[in-house]
Design a protein around this ligand. Structure first.
Ligand code: ATP
Length: 430
């Protein structure tokens, strides 16, 4: 992890936020290349969930919802973690994560306090006056915005049960023990899809979505032995069944995303508290019912961390250590580098011409300065799959070398075929 964290900072992928003030504890900013990786993952998730399924549409709901939402959803009463402190070293823990007999930091026994329940929702005040009357909460999950809007979405998109609503957005949790880089932070992004089915049909939907989500993760080339299912015995307040996909991170097996049967828990609760009819009229059977829901809930930042952990490689090339990210080209922040071997004799100008012709279709990097070895190293560390190098032969016969990041295999192609080559490997454009 330390090596990966260092690489992410060195190369502008992700680094601590507010660093000039000493940081603000497990809060990260995503630099130019991190933004590209994150955007690619969310774009691929969106394509998978909405474009590949006729009955799933998108939504972008507000992050601050009516405070009654959190009363109805049960988050005010139940979205808590058991917090305890060590009276000796002042460390703070989640009681469900440690052996409470002795402090895992200072090793003293009998110094841990009794657990207190701590609500994870961030509070804020809406409007100019700070008052208990105007407390609002930053959403701890994106799902509730979908539940509030499901009828208008269903009507306007003319959907019939079964159908799904997908949303990507920020969620906030005042975690007691954030950590492990971007694995657990207090501000993060979720990619959630709520799937609405007839009562009694959550079982098959859960099985279907388990398979779909598993296959999506494998599509990135993740080693299957690094993934496993975990079924929850202790269920969250809203869940009737819960399965997590876990990944073996360098710090151990941990949750990557969850697939949950939420039954009619949320819609019934909103019907009860708001007084609004949350039923669906089924035109095929003429029945009215509150739909039941299966959700797939993935963390965008965690998915990114998993892909980075999978991609991190070290090898030795010509006696020199090399670090590279073997990222799926679809998520690589730069798809190809255009590199003149030297700056002089017209090679830099020719490289620029090639770059200008192709830019706009894929994120490309024209790198003219510095030794070729150093330029390759930078691209390897960013996971750039292809490097096109112009050398003196280019001036003679118009060919360039293509260097493939993982194997370092090189082939020569015509400089006029670079666009075609990239289209073959990456598609028309991103
Ligand atoms: P955990 O047990 O790790 O706290 P959870 O079971 O509370 O997670 P869910 O409420 O099911 O998580 O949230 C769905 C997904 O959102 C998780 O699988 C994870 O990918 C992501 N997620 C949840 N909390 C965080 C966080 N603090 N930082 C980053 N991602 C998170």
């Amino acid at each position: 992890m330390a090596k990966l964290v260092a690489l992410c900072k060195r190369r502008g992928i992700a680094f601590p936020s507010s660093e000039i003030y000493g940081g603000i504890g497990s809060t990260y900013d995503y630099g130019p290349y991190g933004v590209e990786i994150k955007n690619s993952i969310s774009r691929l998730w969106w394509q998978e969930m909405t474009l590949s399924h006729d009955n799933i549409v998108g939504l972008d709901s507000a992050t601050i919802l009516h405070p009654k939402v959190w009363e109805a959803s049960g988050h005010l009463a139940h979205f808590t973690d058991p917090l305890l402190d060590c009276k000796n070293c002042k460390s703070r823990f989640r009681a469900d994560e440690i052996d409470v007999a002795k402090c895992p930091v200072c090793g003293m026994t009998g110094t841990l306090t009794e657990p207190r329940m701590f609500n994870l929702m961030y509070k804020a005040n809406q409007g100019p006056v700070e008052d208990v009357e105007n407390i609002v909460y930053l959403r701890p999950e994106t799902a509730q915005g979908i539940y509030l809007d499901w009828q208008i979405v269903q009507e306007t998109a003319r959907l019939k049960v079964p159908f799904g609503i997908a949303q990507i957005g920020k969620a906030f949790r005042n975690e007691i023990t954030p950590g492990n880089f971007i694995f657990r932070t207090r501000e993060f992004e979720q990619m959630e899809m709520q799937y609405f089915v007839r009562p009694g049909e959550t079982g098959p939907a859960l099985e279907y979505w388990k398979e779909q989500r598993w296959n999506w993760l494998l599509s990135f080339g993740v080693r299957p032995e690094k993934l496993r299912w975990h079924e929850h015995e202790k269920l969250a307040h809203y869940a009737r069944a819960a399965w997590d996909v876990e990944y073996e991170f360098p710090f151990g097996w941990s949750e990557l995303e969850g697939i949950h049967d939420r039954s009619d828990y949320d819609l019934s609760a909103h019907q009860r508290v708001s007084g609004k009819d949350m039923q669906y009229f089924d035109p095929t059977t003429n029945e009215r019912y509150i739909p039941h829901i299966v959700e797939t809930s993935a963390g965008l930042n965690r998915t990114m961390l998993m892909l980075l952990c999978e991609a991190y490689r070290e090898d030795v090339q010509a006696g020199e250590e090399r670090i590279y990210l073997s990222l799926d080209p679809r998520v690589a922040p730069i798809k190809a580098a255009i590199l003149p071997l030297v700056k002089k004799d017209g090679l830099a100008e020719l490289a620029e011409q090639i770059y200008l012709k192709l830019r706009g279709r894929w994120p490309l990097f024209l790198d003219i300065q510095g030794s070729i070895g150093r330029r390759y190293r930078r691209m390897d560390e960013l996971g750039t799959p292809f490097a096109f190098t112009l050398d003196y032969q280019t001036l003679e016969d118009g060919t360039v070398t293509v260097r493939w990041r993982d194997t370092l295999q090189q082939e020569r192609i015509s400089k006029d075929r670079i666009g075609e080559y990239l289209t073959e490997k990456l598609g028309e454009r991103i």
